[in-house]
Design a protein around this ligand. Structure first.
Ligand SMILES: [Zn+2]
Ligand SMILES: [Zn+2]
Length: 358
């Protein structure tokens, strides 16, 4: 897989220029500087965050013109001076990496919450990401050892899902899903379906999914849900109560960012139950809840934001072992020339994970 790049060679790259402006252009293949690593992108999945950035709904930490895309599987093409020893992987090695580059020294890095690093920067925001043929890993990121080898058993498209799965691993940790639990997952998009599979792996006895789309309910059942409800017809609360002898679920996870659902999730869980607000909300996400549900119910309400490198390592190992099956989650693959189509398919919610193959 080793490739030699001629000096002055050009590549295709999709640049985000500003709200609703993304342009596929020729650009010079980056030359890795001191301590940097040049990667050839093999696969980059379209994330809801990419859509929010392109739509202008997310601007913090994004510096256009910028190549978006942070769910990346790539291989090493060449090393800048000194990088090879720091990285410890050979040219041609396929790699994945958490999109966040952290400092390792701030308070949150030190206490194991590196996803809240005060100096966190990310690919697809601060640095060019994966909707391009080639990309560079900055020296400080390479030194931090972010590149992880993809085992031979794992294909590129599936490997690119390590990042969203790592976030789901984080959400599962926050939710403390365990043996014998009854788990309710609201929303069966790719993220909700990952929570279904992960809850099954964690030993949940019953996994109830609430999802208006018939196709997605069927996918949820295929991936291990024990029941898939249509919230426009079924009363989720009644079903959850009947499954739990009236007690309520142990865990409820919001895998869709609808503020109005928060109150429902608080009602679905038992006293002492755990509610995880996994999905992000547009704007400030104002929601109306009855705070006494938390007070009298002694509920544990958590959120989830990105992932740590340990979450990422766990996700990659689950994918590589085959214990987590990502193949059914990759619904579309497009060449880079059709990157706009890939975004449109994702926006229309027609598929699950849509992967671009530069
Ligand atoms: Zn993502
Ligand atoms: Zn830090």
């Amino acid at each position: 897989m080793a490739t030699t790049i001629a000096h002055g060679a050009l590549m295709q790259a999709a640049f985000f220029l500003g709200p609703n402006q993304m342009e596929l252009r020729e650009a010079p293949v980056p030359v890795p500087g001191l301590g940097e690593v040049l990667l050839k992108v093999n696969a980059c999945a379209v994330c809801g965050t990419d859509l929010r950035i392109l739509g202008g709904g997310k601007t913090r930490g994004v510096y256009p013109p910028r190549v978006l895309g942070h769910e990346i599987a790539a291989h090493i093409v060449s090393f800048g001076e000194g990088a090879e020893a720091a990285v410890g992987l050979p040219i041609g090695q396929r790699v994945v990496f958490p999109p966040g580059i952290t400092c390792g020294a701030c308070r949150f890095c030190v206490i194991g919450m590196e996803n809240h690093c005060k100096r966190r920067e990310a690919f697809g925001y601060r640095y060019d990401g994966g909707f391009a043929e080639y990309m560079v890993v900055p020296a400080h990121a390479a030194r931090r050892g972010i590149l992880m080898a993809i085992p031979d058993t794992l294909a590129d498209a599936e490997a690119s899902l390590a990042e969203p799965l790592a976030c789901v691993v984080n959400g599962q940790r926050q939710s403390q899903v365990g043996v014998g639990d009854v788990v309710v997952v609201a929303g069966a998009g790719p993220i909700g379906l990952m929570h279904v599979q992960m809850s099954r792996l964690a030993g949940a006895r019953s996994i109830v999914v609430s999802e208006p789309s018939t196709a997605r309910r069927e996918q949820a059942m295929a991936m291990g849900a024990t029941m898939a409800l249509d919230p426009t017809h079924d009363e989720v609360l009644d079903v959850v109560r009947s499954v739990t002898g009236g007690d309520g679920a142990d865990v409820a996870i919001a895998a869709i960012g609808v503020p109005g659902l928060v109150h429902d999730l608080l009602r679905w869980v038992r006293p002492g139950g755990r509610v995880n607000l996994f999905a992000g909300y547009a704007g400030s996400g104002d929601a109306t809840i009855s705070a006494n549900l938390i007070h009298y119910g002694e509920l544990i309400v958590t959120g989830t934001s990105a992932c740590t490198s340990e979450d990422f390592r766990v996700a990659l190992s689950l994918l590589a072992s085959g214990r987590f099956d990502a193949s059914a989650l990759v619904s579309h693959q497009f060449p880079l020339a059709q990157v706009h189509e890939a975004f449109d398919v994702t926006r229309r919610g027609e598929g699950l994970r849509v992967v671009v193959r530069p």
